[in-house]
Design a protein. Structure first.
Lengths: 246, 446
């Protein structure tokens, strides 16, 4: 039990953290419920892969060196010792596999893109308004998200996304502004940004991210769950910083 | 074939009338222009089951009280969630306090109401503003998810023989001697439905439908915007603060809890002249927040969404009348949700006066059983892939149906792509709510 650490989340942050902690001599188990988080999504789309290439390559290298168990950690309880309980595998969600006891838990479950209100998008709510995260994932699944896309926001990642859409033959417009009003009843028809009108049938927005910890897991938080960004330099910085406490 | 009753509109009103009619030996059809139930006014409302509606002498006042009284039984019979969370009406100055005390005397003749002192209020709502000096508590007020409530009424009706024809837009109605011929358009194709009785529950477009048979009716749209917060533990009751607006067409909204664990502030009332204007402006959001902040010390911190509904206003009261077998059920704005079971009873009685109706010996119950097992798709609300599948196989047709029947996509929305994939794999168009609200298309990406 001594020196056993459970890392929740097998994405970039979780695997990076696990690797550092292993080097420090801890016995680390990473619990990953799906496919490894957004770094694997970035890896599957050329423009994003290129943009995140250092982190993608780092991730797949480190993946070979850490112990990963498939499962969704639902609860962390503390009774003198720290227990990882309720770890379910995909198909048998009622089955509780006990991987033993852990001294500490590190939560690396990442973040999610905030809602349209946080990006100051008002007006109607027709179909065709997507967070950047969901737009990327839907495209990766092979779906067409629209034809004329207004990309709303001013983060660097949006330019990368824009070039990807360009290659995929979408018509795009990158616009940043203080306030956007969506028009359209069933589907987006037009967006007015700071008084200027843009005809489009899709809005992809990015303003900020929120920490993703739906089960409110208790533990040390590290990575994008703290950094809340698309800038993985900051994500790596956070992982390194938190790891210093171990 | 000729139906006994054709209902135009599958909102909460139409579905509850269908549900009630399904208990009789009648052939009933519901004709709805959107792909699923409750896409018009129903989904834009606040989900409140009101304790009362003034004036008590009005039709809406009577049906509201009756509907409220019936709601526990309805929820049990149909299997939807309903909680009597209670309404607190607050006063913050001497005049309002006196008004509340006087009002209590009058209201107590019709509805359960208690006066609460500042201390008693603080005990049940810790965050109430220091300026509050008293309040009235109405324990009978409650909350539902209006789409879930409407879906369960629809399913009960379907289970007991009512036919639902979605994506059929009524474009004309002809009156014959003993029946009506309803002409509907379905993606370009024309269909005719013959029926002895027609019930017009077409909500915002009830006037268009009524005019098809020469009835004079005007519906004025009244937009109502809401701000949704994720601060689930902000408050436990429906809370409004005096003074209430002098506009008789709105009770003024408040700080509302939802059965799904959110807080909603609003609605307001804005006359836009456009039945389809459901836009929410930043000014409206700021005004709503300013208005309801007065009741509290601190305000909710996490706005997650805004939405607007549109009320169908036909003067000051509900219009429920029958002329030669054509029944208008129009102007059913608030308290329409609360009144739905009572309206249904009222309309069924009206129909019973025109045609022989025999009650069925027994009716089938409908239950939506979500397995809650398999692969977890929505982590925030614990929704599994098998739950989504059941909803889609049970008649859920849109992302909004999935959202309101399971809770998926109500919080962080990370699960949206997987749910979209689910619908595509089941061969369904992926629509948000309306007929042409496709979210994605299946073609590839270059």
């Amino acid at each position: 039990m001594d020196g056993r650490i459970a890392v929740v989340g097998g994405g970039y942050s979780g695997v990076r953290m696990a690797s550092i902690l292993s080097e420090k001599g801890y016995d680390v188990v990473v619990f990953e419920g799906r496919d490894g988080g957004e770094i694997t999504v970035f890896n599957s789309l050329p423009e994003l892969r290129e943009h995140y290439i250092d982190y993608v390559e780092e991730y797949f290298e480190l993946l070979k060196t850490v112990r990963i168990e498939k499962g969704v950690v639902r609860k962390v309880t503390r009774e003198n010792l720290v227990l990882v309980s309720g770890c379910y595998t995909d198909r048998d969600s009622r089955d509780c596999s006990n991987y033993g006891r852990f001294e500490q838990v590190v939560v690396c479950t990442g973040c999610y893109d905030s809602n349209p209100i946080s990006a100051n998008i008002y007006g109607m709510r027709p179909a065709g308004i997507f967070s950047l995260e969901n737009a990327i994932r839907l495209i990766l699944k092979g779906y067409r998200i629209g034809r004329e896309v207004l990309i709303f926001g001013d983060d660097a990642i949006l330019e990368v996304f824009n070039s990807m859409l360009g290659r995929m033959k979408y018509s795009t417009h990158v616009v940043s502004g203080e306030y956007a009003v969506v028009r359209g009843r069933e589907r987006v028809e037009e967006v007015v940004v700071d008084g200027e009108r843009f005809r489009c049938d899709t809005v992809v927005y990015f303003k900020k991210r929120e920490c993703f910890n739906p089960f409110n897991l208790k533990g040390v938080k590290a990575g994008n769950i703290n950094a809340k960004t698309y800038d993985y330099k900051e994500v790596k910085k956070d992982v390194l910083k938190v790891s210093e406490d171990f | 074939m000729e139906y006994d009753v054709a209902i135009i509109g599958a909102g909460v009103t139409g579905c509850f009338i269908a549900k009630e009619l399904s208990k009789y030996d009648l052939s009933v059809v519901v004709i709805e222009k959107e792909p699923t139930q409750g896409v018009g006014q129903t989904k834009g409302c606040s989900g409140i089951i009101h304790a009362f509606q003034l004036p008590f002498s009005s039709l809406k006042g009577k049906l509201c009280l009756e509907g409220n009284r019936m709601m526990d039984e309805e929820a049990k019979e149909l299997g939807f969630r309903f909680r009597r969370v209670g309404l607190i009406l607050l006063s913050s100055n001497l005049l309002s306090k006196i008004a509340l005390k006087l009002a209590r005397i009058y209201l107590s003749r019709y509805v359960e109401v208690r006066y609460l002192t500042k201390e008693e209020l603080k005990r049940i709502e810790k965050n109430i503003s220091k300026k509050i000096n008293g309040g009235l508590f109405f324990p009978s007020a409650g909350v539902v998810n209006p789409i879930e409530m409407t879906f369960m009424a629809r399913k009960f009706a379907e289970e007991n023989g009512v036919e639902f024809k979605f994506e059929r837009r009524v474009v004309g109605i002809k009156k014959n001697d003993t029946s009506y011929e309803i002409l509907a358009e379905n993606n370009g194709r024309k269909e005719v439905f013959k029926s002895r009785i027609v019930v017009n529950c077409a909500g915002l477009y009830a006037d268009d439908i009524a005019k098809m048979v020469g009835h004079d009716l005007t519906i004025v749209p009244g937009k109502g915007s809401h701000v949704v917060f994720d601060d689930g533990d902000f408050s436990k009751h429906l809370i409004a603060i005096l003074p209430l607006p002098p506009d008789r067409r709105t009770k003024g909204g408040g700080s509302l809890v939802t059965i799904d664990g959110n807080i909603i502030w609003g609605p307001n009332l804005i006359e836009t002249g456009d039945k389809e204007d459901r836009s929410v402006t930043r000014e409206e959001v700021n005004a709503i927040i300013r208005k309801h902040s007065r009741a509290f010390e601190t305000i909710p911190k996490k706005p997650v969404e805004v939405y607007a509904g549109v009320r169908s206003i036909a003067g000051r009261d509900f219009i429920i009348d029958c002329k030669e077998g054509f029944i208008n059920v129009a102007g059913i704005q608030s308290p329409g949700l609360t009144s739905a079971p009572a309206i249904a009873k009222f309309v069924v009685e009206m129909i019973g006066k025109r045609m022989k109706m025999s009650r069925k010996g027994s009716v089938k119950r409908y239950r939506l059983s979500l397995p809650k097992s398999g692969k977890l798709v929505c982590y925030c609300r614990e929704v599994y892939d098998s739950d989504i599948e059941i909803v889609l196989r049970s008649g859920g047709r849109t992302l909004d149906d999935i959202k309101h029947l399971t809770g998926a996509t109500m919080s962080c929305k990370k699960c949206l792509p997987e749910i979209v994939e689910f619908m595509v794999n089941m061969g369904l168009r992926v629509r948000k709510d309306y007929s042409n609200s496709d979210v994605v298309w299946k073609e590839g990406n270059g």
